[in-house]
Structures are given as structure tokens and as C-alpha cells.
Write a protein that binds this ligand. Structure first.
Ligand code: NAP
Length: 273
């Protein structure tokens, strides 16, 4: 029986247990998937105990980067991104993977970003995986807008194939040339539910062909505002489900199929409503 779980804090919002349980059921495998909600101050003391009780873990906010110090092996993508969200634990060895990369790439559903311009709003853990996924899609330029330039200057993932530019975001930041705009901030979620990552003038200035993507798992005011302008939108639920399906592939060795994604999606939406 597979023993799986998610490590993070807070975890009350996480729908991964329902989603992964549905995935295991679909694959005909017996297993459990528990929440390990660990406070920062308890991290070191609780981690070894958790490692010894599971075969696999998802890792989420705020531990995707900190966990690197506890790995015996790192997948190539983990090295490039500088963060892990999936651990495979076998015979005391802990190997880290990053399935946010594949979740984001697959969530685009074949949209071709070659020679396109991308704007990322925010540069935290999720943005790091997206920067590397984008690098492999060969856009012309990736512009990253942050509220604290010093914090990120010199601390973004190293890329060789992409023209990556960091900007201090302000109300006049020019997004009018972007083909894809991705919100990688929590603006639109929880206590920031009423906030938008860009202002209405910037929304009006977007190209008519621009695609607006919000990593938040629900329909945000950012996405609603983009749709009312007639723009194509994508919410974060698809990426979340796909990254989960790829984690399950790593733990079980079973391929990600449309039927598996369907089973995990149904459980995710049922748990969300
Ligand atoms: P994170 O590491 O905390 O990074 C958040 C980024 O947003 C940072 O650059 C932060 O800037 C910026 N930010 C935070 N509050 C802001 C504000 N009020 N105004 C402007 N910028 C702000 O978080 P993360 O893990 O990257 O997650 C970001 C979002 O993506 C969250 O909503 C999360 O739920 C979502 N997410 C979705 C998926 C998915 O599968 N769909 C996966 C991962 C994350 P500072 O550094 O200056 O604070």
C-alpha cells in the first residue's frame, strides 16, 4: 500500500488529498494521502518522522525551496528551477522532482509560445518553475514584474535560451506587447480576493489576441475582467490537477492519461464546490 501526503503550511485549502485519492482509485491501487501541516519552527524535528512514514510527498508553500537541503538526489528540473514539489522516498533515499513545470506546460493545451512575448507578474516559487517551462518553449522575451526589485535581482533561475528581463512593477508598466500574461502572485486569492495584479488601464492596453492566465485555482476578478474584454483566459486549476497527475506518475510509475486526469479533475471540482 502506497503511503503518500502533502507537506506545507497552511494546508486547510488543499484539495490534493481528494484529488490523489481519486487518482489512486482510478489506477486500482490501494493507498493513503494525508496532510502534514508543519509549522516552520517544527520543520526539522518533524521531517524525519514524516519521511520514515511515507513513500512519496508533495511539497507546497512555504517549503518547496527549503526542502532541497534534505534531498539525497535531485532531478534535473529541480536543479534548473531551484525548487521541488514532489518527493519519492525509497529505502531511505529521498529524490526530489518538480511537476509544476509539466503541469504548467501541459495546461497550455498546445498553445505555441515560440517567438511570443510573455509577462509574468510575481517571481516566487511558482514563477520559478514557469520561467524554466517557458525557456523550453522558446518565447522571444519573458518580462517579470515584481514589487521588490532588489529581492529578485540576481536571484532568478539561470536561463540561457530566453531573454529574461526583471522590472519593478508600477501602474505605468507597459504590458501592451505581451502575448501571454501570467499572474504568479496571490492577488485575487484569500484575503486579497478583491485585488487585481494589474490596473484597468493596463488591462485595456492588452493586445486583443493576448491570453490571460491566473495561477489561482478559481475564477478571479483578473480573469473575469480579461473575459469581459473578450480575451482568452486560463485558471490555475488545470495546472494544479496536471502537476498532481505527474506526481502520481512518479510515485506509481503509471502514465498520465486523459482518463486519469478526468478522474482527478472530477474529485478536485467536487471538493471545491
Ligand atoms: P510565493 O513563492 O509566495 O510568491 C508570490 C509572489 O507574489 C512573490 O513574487 C511576491 O512578491 C508576490 N506578491 C505577493 N503578494 C503580493 C502583493 N500583494 N502584490 C504584489 N506582489 C505580491 O508564492 P507561489 O508559490 O509562487 O504562489 C503564487 C500563486 O500561485 C499563489 O496564488 C498560489 O496559490 C498559486 N499557485 C498555483 C499553482 C497551480 O498549480 N495552479 C501552483 C503553485 C502556486 P514578494 O516576494 O515581494 O512578497
Amino acid at each position: 500500500m502506497l503511503k503518500l501526503g502533502i507537506l506545507g503550511h497552511p494546508l486547510s485549502h488543499s484539495r490534493s488529498p481528494e484529488m490523489q485519492a481519486a487518482g489512486l482509485r482510478y489506477l486500482g491501487l490501494s493507498g493513503s494521502y494525508n496532510k502534514f501541516e508543519v509549522k516552520q519552527e517544527d520543520f526539522d524535528t518533524e521531517l524525519q518522522q514524516i519521511f520514515s512514514s511515507v513513500n512519496g510527498l508533495n511539497v507546497t508553500i512555504p517549503y518547496k525551496e527549503k526542502i532541497l537541503n534534505y534531498l539525497n538526489m535531485r532531478d534535473k528540473l529541480v536543479e534548473r528551477i531551484g525548487a521541488a514539489n514532489t518527493l519519492l522516498i525509497s529505502e531511505g533515499m529521498i529524490k526530489g522532482y518538480n511537476t509544476d513545470y509539466q503541469g504548467f506546460a501541459d495546461s497550455l493545451g498546445g498553445i505555441n509560445l515560440k517567438n511570443k512575448r510573455i509577462a509574468l507578474l510575481g517571481a516566487g516559487g511558482a514563477a520559478r518553475a514557469i520561467i524554466i517551462a517557458l525557456e523550453d518553449m522558446e518565447p522571444t522575451e519573458v518580462d517579470i514584474y515584481v514589487r521588490n526589485f532588489q529581492k529578485y535581482d540576481g536571484h532568478l533561475p539561470v536561463v540561457s535560451k530566453t531573454n529574461l528581463k526583471l522590472h519593478l512593477y508600477d501602474e505605468n508598466s507597459d504590458l501592451s506587447q505581451a502575448d501571454l500574461v501570467v499572474n504568479c502572485t496571490p492577488m485575487g486569492q484569500g484575503r486579497l480576493a478583491d485585488e487585481m495584479p494589474i490596473n484597468s488601464a493596463q488591462m485595456s492596453s492588452l493586445k486583443d489576441t493576448a491570453i490571460v492566465y491566473d495561477l489561482i485555482y478559481s475564477d478571479t476578478s483578473f480573469l473575469r475582467s480579461a473575459r469581459s474584454r473578450g480575451l482568452k483566459t486560463i485558471d490555475g486549476s488545470r495546472m494544479l490537477i496536471l502537476q498532481g497527475a505527474h506526481s502520481l506518475r512518479i510515485w506509481t510509475g503509471k502514465p498520465v492519461t486523459e482518463k486519469l486526469i478526468e478522474a482527478m479533475s472530477s474529485a478536485f471540482y467536487a471538493a471545491t464546490t
